[in-house]
Design a binder for this molecule. Structure first.
Ligand SMILES: [Zn+2]
Length: 90
C-alpha cells in the first residue's frame, strides 16, 4: 500500500519550543510529531465570570474536587504538539 502525503505541517513543540516537521497522510495518520489535542485558552475575565455561577463540590476517589457549574468560554484553542524527543523522554 502506498501512502499518499496529504500535506506537510510545521508545528512547534509545546514542550521545548523546537520546530517539528509533521507529515500528514490522512486525518488520523501522521508522522514526525505527537499531537495531544486542543487546549482551551481561557481569559481571567472568563474565569471570573464562570466563578459567579458557582462551583460544584464533589468527591472523586476520596478527594474533594471542584468544578465550574458553568464552564468558562475559551477565547481560543491551541494545538498541543510534542516533538519525538520530548515525547519519548516522557
Ligand atoms: Zn520538544
Amino acid at each position: 500500500m502506498t501512502k499518499i502525503i496529504k500535506k506537510r505541517l510545521k508545528k512547534i513543540c509545546s514542550c521545548c519550543g523546537k520546530a517539528i516537521k509533521v507529515i500528514v497522510y490522512s486525518k488520523k495518520n501522521y508522522r514526525g510529531g505527537h499531537y495531544f489535542g486542543k487546549i482551551p485558552l481561557v481569559s481571567k475575565k472568563e474565569y471570573a465570570k464562570a466563578e459567579k455561577f458557582g462551583m460544584d463540590k464533589f468527591v472523586f476517589h476520596g478527594l474533594e474536587m471542584r468544578a465550574y457549574k458553568k464552564d468558562p468560554k475559551p477565547y481560543s484553542h491551541f494545538e498541543y504538539w510534542e516533538c519525538p524527543k520530548c515525547y519519548w523522554r516522557g
